[in-house]
Write a protein that binds this ligand. Structure first.
Ligand SMILES: [Zn+2]
Length: 232
């Protein structure tokens, strides 16, 4: 009788411990699920859906580039600027600011020249001259080039240790002053690891770019400099 009572008692303790551990484990799991789903509900979107790079060509512009830099700084966003040597020479203070604020600076030739079959040497000289102008201001070597109109000769990569950065989203901002037209083209096309082409010499581009930053950040995108997309 006594033995039987002890066994019943042990069984009861075992069942109690088993039930308690089940409750604790189950509850913990449920608690975690609740936490993650409530975060998603609060934000209304998924986090970390990708990264994109904003790139701006043809600057620096004495007014719009500074306006853009202000907006990017407010949002903690880094972009890539492909500047011409001519404009860099005119506005070294803006180049210095871009560099100090963590943006990537690339070469867009000296005079916005397009590479053709007949001007390879001149194009090469413009790349070198522009590199020297930027390097004198920032003290940093220039590695990336956005060749005007996308014309490039792969041999420059080994000759000059320079690499082209093309683009995957082109909102044609230079031909439209309509801000929502520019933003809609970008938001409609954008995917993870896209490089967006824009020009920091128009007021509409500055407004559109900052709207795009706000919308895509709210969707869960991260903004990075172009090198982070190329060498990921
Ligand atoms: Zn250009």
């Amino acid at each position: 009788m006594g033995k039987e009572k002890r066994l019943t008692g042990m069984l009861a303790i075992f069942l109690f411990v088993a039930a308690l551990s089940f409750f604790v484990i189950g509850n913990g799991k449920e608690a975690r699920q609740t936490t993650s789903s409530s975060v998603a509900e609060q934000d209304g979107h998924n986090k970390d859906i990708g990264k994109v790079a904003l790139t701006f060509d043809d600057g620096p512009h004495p007014f719009y580039t500074e306006q853009l830099l202000d907006g990017l700084k407010e949002r903690g966003v880094k972009a890539t600027f492909f500047v011409t040597g001519e404009n860099a020479q005119l506005h070294p203070d803006i180049i210095e600011r871009m560099d100090k604020e963590g943006h990537l600076i690339g070469n867009h030739t000296y005079s916005h020249i397009q590479l053709t079959t007949g001007n390879r040497e001149q194009f090469r000289e413009e790349l070198i001259k522009t590199n020297e102008i930027i390097m004198e201001i920032t003290g940093k070597e220039v590695i990336y080039v956005r060749p005007p109109y996308g014309s490039w000769d792969k041999k420059f990569e080994t000759e000059l240790n320079m690499f082209p950065v093309l683009w995957s989203v082109d909102p044609l901002d230079w031909c439209s002053s309509n801000v929502s037209c520019i933003t809609n083209r970008i938001i409609g096309d954008v995917e993870d690891s896209d490089i967006i082409l824009m020009h920091d010499c128009y007021e509409s581009t500055v407004t559109a770019a900052l709207q795009v930053v706000d919308e895509l950040m709210a969707e869960g995108y991260t903004f990075v400099t172009a090198d982070e997309i190329l060498f990921d």
